[in-house]
Design a protein around this ligand. Structure first.
Ligand SMILES: [Cu+2]
Length: 81
């Protein structure tokens, strides 16, 4: 029982910060790709910028998993692996 609680605590303690670092990483990748002036249609470019902004808001609000998911879509459009 005690180990189960400890294990659960460790999972939360380790996955939280890992995700918290994930978002800025993804945002940096998106910014780097945008700086290279990617050839996207205006619609896709608008979606990338919208997702990028939403991801930052979610990240700042502590919703890291949602931020990662949102940023992943922007990265997909930009062709970032
Ligand atoms: Cu985050």
């Amino acid at each position: 029982m005690r180990y189960a609680v400890l294990a659960a605590f460790l999972v939360v303690a380790l996955s939280g910060p890992a995700l918290a670092f994930h978002c800025p990483n993804d945002m940096a990748k998106i910014d780097a790709a945008l700086a290279k002036d990617p050839q996207l249609s205006p619609e896709r470019m608008a979606e990338v910028k919208k997702r990028r902004a939403e991801g930052e808001v979610l990240h700042n609000g502590g919703k890291h998993q949602e931020a990662v998911d949102t940023l992943a879509r922007a990265m997909e459009i930009l062709g970032i692996k």
